[in-house]
Design a binder for this molecule. Structure first.
Ligand code: GYE
Length: 292
């Protein structure tokens, strides 16, 4: 029997624990519903994503899920999908294209996440803190908007300053390497009050760098990050991280429902939001037990 829906999913890659969970969750949800999901891993390259979308169009799929690695450069291929009458759902990141070119976006509000991290940090430090920042992949909406949201809050606090900021590509290895360079730079650890990492994986890499340099993460340097992957709860339970903001990886259900609604001629919101709360060490051991 043919599947109800045949869909294409162009995934960015597997840079973080969060993304691996997202991939598994979306595949499992498609299987549960009996859909035929064609999966393509772009290995972090936009050109591979564009090729994948074109191949999904050529195969005449019923809909396309696209997790856009960067924000710009999508207009042409989105127009091609539209001309073929194939709805595109943006998954977890956004694009800088006219919203009429896609059906909807299922993602959190990254600016809100950044702002939440900054407000929490301001409260912790009485608005006095030298911050180092590990940015996500350059050009990604997740990195651009998390930074914008964070900056918008700390700009209200004259004594909160980002003293160093660099991309760690959303990876553990990248987070570790960049944190090592932050610690070696002039002023070193003594001058750093907190780390804001655009995702947990980079924070986990940075925690390793701190430990190797004889610095106590969470005590000598406050660590706040985003995603809420199991390992950051373990780090919080072990007293090595301070806060994380949850991003739900189960985005397949709402994406598939949007395509079904569109097929029925129903109106679909342009942005289906998936924001989560901030977690602290007090519940970390229990959260880790639930999630690992
Ligand atoms: O936070 C990070 C990742 O786009 C929301 O991408 C996503 C981000 C997520 O790899 O871990």
């Amino acid at each position: 029997m043919a599947a109800d829906l045949t869909l294409g999913f162009s995934q960015i890659g597997s840079e973080s624990g969060w993304r691996t969970s997202e991939t598994e969750s979306i595949k499992a949800e498609a299987e549960r519903r009996g859909y035929d999901l064609k999966f393509s891993d772009a290995q972090q390259k936009q050109e591979n994503q564009i090729k994948a979308v074109r191949s999904f169009i050529a195969q005449g799929v019923d809909g396309i899920l696209l997790a856009p690695v960067v924000e710009t450069g999508w207009d042409q291929v989105l127009k091609e999908a539209q001309r073929a009458n194939i709805p595109v759902v943006l998954i977890d990141r956004g694009v800088a294209a006219d919203p009429s070119l896609y059906l909807t976006k299922v993602a959190s509000d990254f600016k809100e996440e950044g702002a939440l991290a900054a407000s929490w940090l301001a409260a912790q430090t009485n608005g006095r803190c030298n911050i180092v920042e590990l940015q996500g992949s350059v050009g990604s909406s997740a990195a651009i908007d998390r930074k914008t949201g964070f900056d918008s809050v700390i700009s209200n606090f004259p004594n909160m300053t980002i003293i160093r900021s660099q991309s760690g590509n959303f990876t553990r290895a990248g987070g570790k390497e960049v944190m090592e360079s932050f610690l070696k730079a002039e002023g070193g650890a003594k001058n750093i009050c907190a780390l804001f990492a655009h995702n947990d994986d980079m924070a986990l890499g940075a925690i390793l760098a701190m430990k190797e340099a004889g610095i106590k993460p969470s005590k000598d340097i406050i660590v706040v990050s985003i995603d809420a992957v199991p390992d950051i709860f373990k780090a919080m339970a072990d007293g090595e991280a301070n806060a994380t903001i949850e991003l739900n990886p189960h985005l397949g259900g709402p994406a598939f429902d949007a395509i079904l609604a569109h097929q029925k001629g129903e109106n679909v919101d342009k942005w289906i939001k998936a924001n989560g709360p901030l977690y602290l060490p007090d519940t970390a051991a229990a959260e880790y037990a639930k999630r690992k």
